[in-house]
Ligand binder design. Structure first.
Ligand SMILES: [Zn+2]
Length: 132
């Protein structure tokens, strides 16, 4: 555990982020997102049966956890500079745990990252505003 003195920095606590996601989900921001709002089949690794789950429902009820944030380097082409540039990007996996209906084994899956959700939420707000 590191110090908690970064209150003003970009490092918001995981619990706050989780609350923020639930808030966004309840606002209906992700209701038209095909990844989250449509049912997906997840296979149980123990018995092999398929579970139909809608990630959005798990998000709505807060049945998810935020994984450890990893920093990855993303390459992008910068036309004004020579070659490729690398920008560090942080990825926080969203972990959903499901219980198998048949054998009760726990299945965990990671449908998206927190950053993806936040990006989608921002985009949604923007595109909604252009129609007003
Ligand atoms: Zn099973």
């Amino acid at each position: 555990m590191k110090s908690r003195s970064q209150r003003h920095g970009p490092h918001v606590s995981k619990r706050k982020l989780k609350v923020k996601i639930i808030q966004k989900v309840r606002e209906g921001v992700f209701d038209r997102n095909p990844l989250l709002a449509t049912p997906h089949a997840v296979e149980c690794k123990t018995c092999g049966c398929l579970q139909k789950i809608t990630y959005l429902e798990y998000l709505k009820t807060g049945k998810f956890e935020l994984g450890k944030t990893k920093t990855i380097e993303v390459a992008y082409a910068a036309p004004t500079l020579l070659g490729l540039n690398y920008i560090p990007e942080s990825i926080t996996p969203l972990l959903i745990q499901i219980e198998c209906r048949k054998c009760r084994a726990k299945i965990s899956c990671c449908p998206a990252s927190l950053e993806y959700l936040m990006f989608t939420a921002r985009k949604q707000v923007k595109s909604d505003q252009t129609y007003v």
